[in-house]
Design a protein around this ligand. Structure first.
Ligand code: KG4
Ligand code: ZN
Length: 337
């Protein structure tokens, strides 16, 4: 069964054809990243305009790369929530138009569900149930994945997401957007104990996260140093903040897995590309004799293959959308469209 996956929730216009939720036949990504670098972050209006300009071409290319015609496609899966509303609407309306024209069923996909599904294309042997840590620019969740379409959130951030914290730290340190990725690269040789950071935690909620204190710590520390004519050592500060974020993500996930009895751990979302996070989870899972799944690096960030993969499971579970499908800026992972 061939699914066309369409993703436009942020700054990537991405379309892919995936067979049976596992075999990637094509994976085309157009990004407006270069333009956002000028502004130090994603400008929603620019992202929406670029989606509108290139979505048709990206879709044609994805079909061509897969050696398919639209008539070979069994379902059109589209990211409909959560994300930047103007950006999401481009993908949703394009998918609705395609579905109307061709009669191919339309399947709405939740963005975080698709990030988890990036693991199904990377490691086809992965099957629920498992415990997932989903960390991206907008979300930090610990989720019980009970089946391909059933989820229970057991922990989440109370304020900033892990990616947001790293992006903001990078910005204060003068690193270009996308901050999280650049900070990972420059912090490889940094001393993770160079600064004494607060330990992010939420009293009484052992699986929840709070990263805004770390962000404030960086802003204040850099400000105080600048007032004294000093500059922070960027690799040291980067390594310190990444390690503090990773400690929190790893400790809560390990605790949750022990408490709930999971021995399969899955990482997902843009932050799952972080080298410190990947190494930490390799160690945790080795020590506990747990099995770890991480997306291949090309599937950590936003892409159409993960949408098509999740779309496959939503489709076989009978999920469909009509032409009244709307995009939503926010939506819980366990809610239905
Ligand atoms: O999943 P994603 O591509 O988009 C959202 O759904 O938000 O995640 C983007 C986030 C950004 O905050 C970006 O800085 C972060 O993922 N990210 C990283 C790395 N690569 C991407 N954060 C830390 N280390 C990385 N190597
Ligand atoms: Zn994402």
């Amino acid at each position: 069964m061939k699914i066309l996956g369409i993703e436009s929730s942020c700054d990537e216009t991405a379309v892919s054809v995936v067979e049976d939720g596992k075999i990637v036949l094509s994976n085309v990504i157009a990004s407006s990243l270069e333009e956002h670098i000028l502004y130090g972050g994603v400008v929603p209006e620019i992202a929406s305009r670029r989606h509108a300009e290139c979505i048709e071409q990206v879709t044609k290319q994805a079909l061509k790369d897969a050696g398919c015609e639209l008539s070979d496609i069994d379902a059109i899966a589209v990211t409909a929530a959560p994300g930047l509303i103007g950006a999401l609407l481009v993908g949703v309306n394009f998918a609705k138009g395609l579905s109307l024209k061709t009669g191919i069923p339309l399947v709405p996909v939740h963005h975080l569900r698709s990030h988890i599904a990036a693991n199904y294309v990377t490691q086809p042997d992965l099957k629920p149930p498992f415990l997932a840590l989903v960390a991206s620019g907008g979300h930090s969740h610990i989720v019980e994945v009970k089946s391909y379409t059933e989820y229970k959130v057991i922990g989440q951030t109370r304020d900033d997401a892990a990616g947001e914290c790293m992006d903001k730290t990078a910005r204060v340190l003068g690193l270009p957007y996308p901050g999280g990725k650049n900070m990972d690269a420059v912090s490889q040789e940094g001393n993770p104990h160079a600064f004494q950071t607060p330990h992010p935690h939420v009293d009484g909620s052992p699986y929840d996260f709070s990263f805004s204190g770390l962000k404030t710590y960086v802003i204040n520390t850099v400000h105080h140093m600048e007032q004294k004519g000093e500059k922070p050592n960027v690799p040291d500060m980067g390594a310190t903040i990444i390690t503090a974020v990773v400690d929190s993500l790893a400790d809560n996930t390990e605790r949750a897995a022990k408490d709930l009895g999971y021995d399969t751990i899955v990482l997902a979302g843009g932050v799952s590309a972080n080298s410190f996070l990947r190494k930490r989870f390799e160690t945790i899972c080795e020590n506990n004799h747990w099995t770890l799944y991480m997306p291949a690096l090309q599937y950590c960030g936003d892409n159409g293959a993960m949408v098509a993969a999740q779309g496959y499971y939503e489709f076989i579970a009978g999920r469909r959308a009509g032409l009244d499908l709307n995009a939503k800026a926010t939506m819980a992972i366990d809610a239905e469209f």
